[in-house]
Write a protein that binds this ligand. Structure first.
Ligand SMILES: *[C@@H]1O[C@H](CO)[C@@H](O)[C@H](O)[C@H]1NC(C)=O
Ligand SMILES: *[C@@H]1O[C@H](CO)[C@@H](O)[C@H](O)[C@H]1NC(C)=O
Ligand SMILES: *[C@@H]1O[C@H](CO)[C@@H](O)[C@H](O)[C@H]1NC(C)=O
Ligand SMILES: *[C@@H]1O[C@H](CO)[C@@H](O)[C@H](O)[C@H]1NC(C)=O
Ligand SMILES: *[C@@H]1O[C@H](CO)[C@@H](O)[C@H](O)[C@H]1NC(C)=O
Ligand SMILES: *[C@@H]1O[C@H](CO)[C@@H](O)[C@H](O)[C@H]1NC(C)=O
Ligand SMILES: *[C@@H]1O[C@H](CO)[C@@H](O)[C@H](O)[C@H]1NC(C)=O
Ligand SMILES: *[C@@H]1O[C@H](CO)[C@@H](O)[C@H](O)[C@H]1NC(C)=O
Ligand SMILES: CC(=O)N[C@H]1CO[C@H](CO)[C@@H](O)[C@@H]1O
Length: 839
């Protein structure tokens, strides 16, 4: 497939007394070479700037409508984030036009069809120093800018005095206006009728992205990075979902999760004994609330060490018994792993890693040490050639299906990486020497062979002069994480690769699970993410609190990740992680979470228990929520599959469907789940009323099938009970639902379907259903991709039917008859081939 929408601008280092930013004169473009599919020029510094670090005097400008590159400045390793392959698009087919001014150098990117200028750097000269890179683009007035996760701020980003810092950090209580666990340097710029585009800066370097206006009122977005290259991808859209798809093609399509991952999950830090866990499972069953997956937080470990079980409270045989019981009931089990490896002579995981030298090293060649749950720890260097082998081996040993803990998936936490060492020196070099000598692990050389891309030499990798606004105490980039001056095994530095750490751990974990079970789709949940992390893992929104504010925030987090960061399988800690969950809030959250892709109740050890069965009203809400979710599992699964094939978002804001309706641009308390369902939860504290917006279209109440004219206005519902959540079906869609729910997702898979047709204004409707075995990594031809359509009189089911199933469509229900009644055509029809009928 051609990718005419990618225009990658790579500003790269060819080779190369602090001043004031205001005096920086910028660069001049010379030696311009232009061809059909690319443009190359040299950029030479016009006059000294040196605002925060040394100027790089000569840059290389490469505009590719495609090509490969090889330059020396730090660039993300190809194996960490594979770039899209050359597509030979030309400037004339790209839909975007690049043009530039020679001196001082600036450039614009224009949408060819409309002449709309999407990116324009003319207002301020480019600054390109060894440790400070600044580039500013104009924005339209009152711009609609979204993305730039991970954050807990408004979905439509504030446009004045707003800074998004991208520097992965452990972030309890997900503080506002702060860098959180993940870095996704992509924004969507929505311009109503004239289209949507995206801009992705492929850089893992720490940066502040500022949204503001000049004194004259000119809006702008400004990158302030502490290194790297300016490798831009302009995503032309023009439909909002096109931008989502184009972005997913650049960073990689998200992995499809196994079907069971869509079930309801329960977790808590603070299940002190395995018996507590067994009780929770039994109590869910007794309450009649379907529990699909039980999770093990660090409680299961011995002294909080990975790959161990607590010899008293979580003996291996009892954990194995629990897992067997879960599996016998069609349920699942997932455990947590942390990257901090306890540095102790009696800990074999550490000793095997040390033998293979897989840990990051300090400048004296000893293993770099910090503090994490087990105490003194070392951290894997995911760039070391032995690390994957060691990690896979540890996972295969401990999670051996017969002799170990037979988990169904893994959860990687604290992987920003979080370091509890508060000061710059928790350890002295001397104690390192003593310890390593005593245990016979010598100090070994660092891997510092020069390789391409390792970064410009002679930088201050510990205290760069430009300080990004890291929210951690002290604000230093090394605060509560790994020292940024550490050299990775491939010669690069944490300074440049910090934001990749969590995703690399998730990747290594996925690879290990694949090695353990080559034919099964792995399930990995990660806290820390970088652009493209959806290729390997799911994500939850981190350590929020049990408060209504956080319940509301989950909606914007969902919208950002699912529609703009190519990470469809996301969700919050349902009922909140920190603090005491209140009954009404937990009931509402049980419903809200059921309509988000990843659905897990999780709480901190310091928080009181909050399992759904603990309150009658929450039990009732959860049963109804799960019952409905499970009937919709295949609808959700179909959208997860679509996301994995072309990046179509599973959840999106209303403006993705009504891009010209400016009333929708700021909505962040409602979301579209797939293309058919609009979820409009009660969002006010303790309220039973909800005000929600319905665009000018035909809608149907999901619960009553009553037709509603949206009218492009606010609607109000009062008396929304604690087990109710407003949901509407968008006219023009067809939805396949199971006729019944089940206690587990595998029970659901044997139920028949009922197909709901919701005609749009023109009387027609369309929908899809994807079926496969739900677990195989490669299902080959054993899958069905069914398209349902309704033309006003005739219904057809067509497509491919490679998945063998005895499940049938029992009936087709057509909404919106005159007077609002519903027509039902009784089947059954098998799902082994196409079928249809005419009314
Ligand atoms: C920048 O300053 C250095 C000495 O500080 C001088 O050698 C160099 O020519 C100057 N470069 C420009 C482009 O003015
Ligand atoms: C792009 O062009 C090169 C050189 O003409 C050719 O070898 C390559 O196959 C083309 N790639 C695609 C994807 O068309
Ligand atoms: C499970 O339910 C029993 C009986 O209601 C109760 O005593 C126990 O505390 C519950 N255990 C957990 C872990 O929720
Ligand atoms: C489902 O769970 C309920 C309540 O726990 C139980 O009564 C019922 O027998 C279960 N159904 C199946 C098919 O397992
Ligand atoms: C087992 O759990 C109890 C609390 O239930 C705790 O006091 C004890 O330290 C734990 N034992 C071990 C070996 O972790
Ligand atoms: C990093 O910088 C700190 C502070 O200057 C220093 O103590 C440490 O040895 C350096 N580490 C490496 C790996 O260079
Ligand atoms: C599809 O299913 C058939 C029959 O079960 C099996 O023989 C075949 O290996 C499957 N193909 C793939 C690619 O899994
Ligand atoms: C399915 O599609 C094929 C080809 O487009 C068409 O010939 C056939 O009539 C369709 N079947 C139904 C049931 O719509
Ligand atoms: C997103 C948000 O509101 N975060 C707040 C959570 O609570 C902490 C502590 O009360 C605040 O610092 C955050 O700003």
């Amino acid at each position: 497939m051609a990718v005419p929408w990618i225009a990658s601008l790579v500003l790269l280092l060819a080779w190369g007394a602090w001043g004031q930013v205001e005096q920086c004169p910028g660069y001049e473009a010379i030696n311009v070479l232009e061809a059909d599919s690319y443009l190359i020029a040299d950029l030479v510094l016009i006059g000294n700037c040196s605002s925060h670090s040394d100027d790089i005097e000569n840059l290389r400008l490469l505009v590719e409508y495609q090509t490969d590159t090889d330059y020396q400045a730090f660039q993300i390793q190809e194996h960490v984030l594979p770039r899209p392959k050359s597509q030979n698009a030309t400037s004339s087919t790209s839909g975007l036009q690049f043009s530039f001014t020679q001196s001082p150098f600036s450039f614009t990117v224009t949408r060819a069809s409309t002449g709309d200028i999407l990116f324009d750097t003319a207002d301020t000269p480019l600054i390109f120093e060894t440790q400070y890179v600044r580039l500013r683009t104009r924005l339209p007035s009152n711009p609609n800018i979204y993305g730039l996760g991970e954050h807990s701020d408004d979905f439509r980003l504030p446009t004045t005095k707003y800074t998004r810092t991208l520097w992965n950090a452990e972030s309890p209580m997900i503080p506002a206006r702060s860098n959180l666990y993940g870095a996704h340097p992509v924004y969507f710029d929505h311009r109503g009728k004239s289209g949507t585009h995206g801009v992705f800066l492929l850089s893992s370097n720490g940066m502040d992205i500022k949204l503001d206006a000049t004194d004259q009122g000119q809006q702008y977005l400004e990158y302030n990075a502490i290194g790297g290259v300016l490798d831009f991808y302009f995503l032309a859209g023009p439909d909002p979902a096109d931008v989502s798809k184009q972005y997913a093609e650049v960073v990689g399509l998200p992995a499809l999760v196994p079907y069971w991952a869509l079930g309801f999950h329960q977790c808590k830090y603070g299940y002190k004994k395995i018996d507590d866990v067994a009780q929770v499972v039994a109590n869910y069953s007794a309450a009649g609330i379907p529990l699909e997956t039980m999770w093990g937080d660090i409680d299961y470990m011995d002294a909080k060490r990975d790959f161990t079980t607590n010899p008293v409270n979580y003996t291996l045989d009892k954990v194995q018994q629990l897992v067997r019981n879960l599996h016998n009931n069609g349920q699942h089990y997932v455990q947590i792993l942390d990257p901090g490896i306890h540095r102790a002579g009696d800990y074999s995981t550490y000793l095997r890693g040390a033998q293979k030298e897989v840990f990051l090293k300090a400048d004296d060649g000893s293993f770099y040490r910090g503090i994490q749950w087990p105490g003194e720890v070392v951290w894997p260097d995911w760039f070391h050639p032995n690390t994957q082998e060691w990690w896979t081996d540890e996972i295969k040993r401990f999670y051996d299906a017969n002799s170990g803990v037979n988990v169904d998936g893994l959860w990687v936490d604290m992987n920003e990486a979080s370091n509890m060492c508060e000061t710059t020196s928790c350890f002295t070099s001397a104690s390192a020497q003593t310890w390593t000598t005593r245990n016979g692990i010598g100090i070994t050389k660092r891997y510092a062979d020069p390789i391409p891309f390792q970064g410009v030499p002679n930088r201050d990798l510990f205290n760069p002069k430009y300080r990004i606004q890291n929210h951690r105490p002290t604000g230093d980039i090394s605060a509560n994480t790994l020292y940024t001056n550490i050299t990775n095994a491939d010669g690069t530095h944490q300074y440049d690769t910090h934001n990749l750490y969590g995703t690399m751990m998730a990747t290594a974990t996925r690879n290990a699970l694949l090695s353990r079970n080559p034919n099964l789709r792995p399930f990995v949940l990660t806290r820390s993410t970088f652009a493209g992390a959806g290729r390997v893992a799911a994500h939850w929104f981190g350590d929020n609190a049990s408060r209504w504010d956080y319940y509301r925030i989950t909606i914007r987090q969902l919208l950002s990740f699912a529609s703009m960061h190519a990470m469809p399988f996301v969700g919050s800690d349902v009922c909140g992680f920190n603090e005491r969950a209140q009954e009404n809030m937990c009931a509402r959250w049980a419903l809200l979470g059921a309509f988000q892709p990843f659905y897990r109740n999780h709480a901190d050890t310091s928080a009181p228990p909050q399992e759904f069965y603990l309150w009658p009203s929450v039990t009732q809400a959860a049963k109804k929520a799960i019952d409905t979710r499970y009937k919709l599992l295949d609808y959700m699964y179909t959208f997860l599959w679509k996301a994995s094939t072309d990046g179509t978002p599973i959840a999106s804001p209303l403006w993705f469907f009504y891009p010209s309706d400016s009333n929708t641009f700021g909505i962040q308390t409602q979301w579209m789940l797939g293309d058919a369902l609009l979820i409009s939860p009660v969002v006010e504290d303790d309220s039973q009323s909800v005000n929600f917006y319905l665009p000018d279209d035909i809608w149907y109440d999901f619960w009553t099938f009553k037709q509603i004219s949206g009218g492009g206005q606010m609607h109000r519902l009062d008396g929304v009970k604690w087990d109710e959540i407003p949901v509407h079906i968008r006219g023009g869609t067809i939805l396949a639902m199971r006729t019944e729910s089940g206690n587990t997702t595998s029970q659901v898979r044997s139920k028949n379907f009922r197909v709901i047709v919701a005609p749009g204004r023109d009387g027609t409707a369309r929908g899809e259903l994807y079926l496969d075995d739900g677990v195989s990594l490669d299902v080959g031809g054993n899958r069905s991709e069914i398209v349902f359509s309704w033309d006003g009189q005739a219904f057809t089911a067509n497509g491919t039917f490679g998945y063998e199933t005895d499940v049938k469509v029992e009936r087709v229900v057509i909404l919106g008859g005159e007077g609002g009644e519903v027509k039902t055509e009784e089947g059954p029809w098998g799902l082994r081939g196409g079928f249809g009928f005419r009314l």
